[in-house]
Design a binder for this molecule. Structure first.
Ligand code: PLP
Ligand code: COI
Length: 340
């Protein structure tokens, strides 16, 4: 770093760091972990990732705790999920041990980029895997590259922990009913770009997608899951076409720990009229409160936050999650991996 980063004012973007780590799958086996200072990769022009979208990724975060220690949140869950994504689009799964070793290594190597305690920022860890061998017929690659880059980040929604408005629109689907929505596949995000840009141009922070089969039930937001608080219960969509969010699972556990009932089920759009709080949840989004949900096709506006403030349950869950990630509260579920 030429000059000290302004840790408290980071946005969610790419900042170059010292190192990334890479591992190649060739001749039927994963090779040695390579440490690189280069920000580029050399790719075959016929690589399957370029032609047929063989690309999957993950997103997790490292935090500098109150005690100065660096903690990675739910490393193993992310390792397991990228295996499911790999199987989903016929890529070579990265063993949990390799994923774990590489995450630990890349965080340690870039430790000076883990934002200080109290800044509100974190080190975003982005593992990704691509098919790299040449294939012109539509077939899976035989060779793969798994690499991990990191970047210090601030809040995903620039408003931070303040309600933003989201919208529903039926002209775009991000994924198919039994398609790739349950995996973290790059193509899902390409398919969300047009709707996302349209939503942003209309002043919304995100799109709340409906189930692509019937368009009756809530699915998830473009970059995050969705939950609501209704009659004191935590409700969140159950769907085959959404990503199983690790943040959502963590919040569900914390809600249960607080004695809050949790329901993961189909949520019809109309039910939005009866909710007391809502949020988009994910590694990047954490729990971003929702102010209003506008259905752009029917013109119905579901006002969730009447006073423009985050709701009490969302706030309590957010604070609890952050406290665990920052080592302020005991990690009773064993979610943190300490980097030493
Ligand atoms: N849904 C989508 C489409 C996402 O991109 C993300 C982000 O990772 C999530 C949900 C949240 O998942 P997680 O909490 O595991 O980060
Ligand atoms: C994450 O929360 O890790 C994501 O991947 C969301 C978004 C940046 C795509």
């Amino acid at each position: 770093m030429d000059k000290e980063l302004d840790w408290s004012h980071l946005s969610f973007g790419y900042i170059p760091t010292d190192y990334n780590v890479r591992c190649y799958y060739r001749d039927g086996k994963w090779g040695d972990i390579e440490v690189s200072q280069s920000e580029t990769i050399d790719l075959h022009i016929a690589a399957t990732c370029l032609h047929y979208g063989q690309e999957i990724f993950e997103g997790l975060k490292a935090f500098r705790g109150k005690d100065g220690k660096v903690r990675v949140f739910r490393l193993e869950e992310n390792a397991r999920r990228i295996i499911e994504s790999a199987k989903g689009i016929m890529m070579e799964p990265v063993p949990v041990e390799l994923f774990t070793e590489m995450v630990k290594k890349v965080v340690k190597l870039n430790e000076r980029f883990v934002p200080p305690y109290g800044s509100g920022a974190s080190l975003y860890i982005r593992p990704l895997e691509i098919g790299i061998s040449a294939q012109v017929g539509v077939k899976p690659a035989k060779e793969y590259l798994f690499l991990i880059l990191v970047s210090p980040v601030g809040p995903y929604f620039k408003e931070g922990f303040k309600p933003t408005n989201i919208c529903i629109m039926r002209e775009f689907d991000r994924v198919a009913p039994k398609g790739t929505g349950r995996w973290k596949v790059g193509g899902n995000y390409a398919a969300s770009l047009e709707a996302g840009e349209k939503a942003h141009s209309l002043g919304y922070s995100a799109v709340l997608y409906l189930d692509p089969k019937e368009k009756k039930y809530l699915d998830e937001c473009g970059p995050a899951n969705f939950f609501a608080i209704k009659d004191g219960k935590y409700i969140t969509p159950a769907s085959e076409s959404i990503l199983p969010s690790i943040t959502n699972k963590s919040l569900m556990q914390l809600a249960r720990d607080m004695g809050i009932e949790v329901e993961a089920r189909h949520i019809p759009i109309d039910e939005l009229a009866d909710i007391d709080e809502a949020a988009a949840c994910g590694t990047a989004a954490v729990a971003s409160p929702v102010g209003e949900i506008d259905d752009l096709d029917t013109g119905v506006k579901y006002v969730v936050s009447k006073d423009g403030q985050p709701g009490p349950v969302t706030t309590a869950l957010y604070n609890k999650l952050r406290a665990i990630q920052l080592g302020e509260e005991e990690d009773v579920h064993g979610w943190n991996t300490i980097i030493d």
